[in-house]
Design a protein around this ligand. Sequence first.
Ligand code: SF4
Length: 477
Amino acid sequence: MCGILGIIGHDDIAGTLLEGMTAIQHRGQDAAGIVTFNHRFHLHKADGLVGQAFKKVDLARFSGKIGLGHVRYATQGSTDVLDAQPTVVMYPFGLAMVHNGNVVNFRQLKQSLCEDRHRLLDTSNDVALILYALAAALETKNLQNLTPDDIFDSVRTVQEQVQGAYSALTIIAGHGLLAFADPHGIRPLVLGRKYTDRGMVYAFASETDCFDYLGFETVRDLQPGEAVLIDGDGQVHSRICRAEKQAFCIFEYIYFAREDSVIQGRLVATERVRIGRQLAEQVKKAGLQPDLVIDVPSSAYFFASGMAEALGVPYRRGLAKNNHVGRSFIVPTQARREQIVRQKLNPLKDVVRGKKVAVVDDSIVRGTTSKHIVKLLRESGAVEIYFVSAAPPIVCPCIYGIDMSVKREIIAAHYDPKQIAHYLEADAVIYQSLADLRALYRDLPCCYACFSGEYPTGASEELLKQIEQEKECSTRN
Ligand code: SF4
């Protein structure tokens, strides 16, 4: 998971990109980068948050009316800045790209696009492969007279070759800003626009919250397999290049997206309340009667309040959060994750003391964070603790860009809820029902592969093993 932003038609492009990127910073904190184009590319990328990565950078050097921004969450490749985005190539003419997702046939593509053509791949990041695939497809067109149809045909070629989840933004020098989604539309990508006295400015982003920051209105989500080109004259061209059954990542609603974003026409906060209300059914089924419901801040607030409302018990904030510590889930090592949890959460003792507490989190992945929270609540005097997960049990790795690609680390892949409760030292562990979650999204075809093992792109055991090995390797490096 990463955050991407592309803007065309704006003069002060770098400042606007950075401002927008801070609104999608929750999607990636490993590195940040921007590129703008004005006769040549102006590129900067560095480790850390947007503010750190651009602290000493003079934005005046980023001229141009078209630019891309990226906040990185390293799932493919190392955490080295070389693997940060954007990525630029200069053949068949200037192309710069950012993407959000994960290419699953990385090894085969690397062989066919780089080694077989004697091209050097100086990064282990999969965006370079998508970019090479697009460059190779464009190379076959009449470059003197490249049309939107040529570009869309090239996107289709990319979609035929590249398997996985990808929402990509590309500057095509002299031709405009191109956005395209993988055939299943797994990762979000939205189009926005803003009227200015110097004409229309268009933007594409992972989430709409950055449009709110920048004063853009949301136009629409890109459809599975769709490409949209905004040319140099501000004309909008679009085509569904290669679509398959939609499989939107349900985890965007559960965890990744910010609560004030509207994705697939739905406010994330409202979706979380709906999921929380549904979750109450599982608490009732288990015969549990908590005195109060608390959340693990911040992404579980709406689940917890929805669940409390449906159960008819009070919701309280039972854990204070230090907002100056990063998200524990999206840091690359277990040791660092544990350290962050310790620094991040502090129980409100008077709230939980002597109470049967249902503590709601978005999900349980490795169980280490959950175990620590149970311990903190117990030490603070809670008499019973029910750990409630808004997501169903995660039993399979995610191969589409979320840091759950190592099955060995996923607790519910190996233990049932009773065993997990024992490990967490909780009185009960309650999960959302997968059937109920599917029923809630009857009208939006979603990916549920990490709960069911049904991968929208298909995935053999061999491929899963290969992705797992690559992940372990990149973490070690
Ligand atoms: Fe999202 Fe899970 Fe599918 Fe990955 S496997 S894309 S986290 S629903």
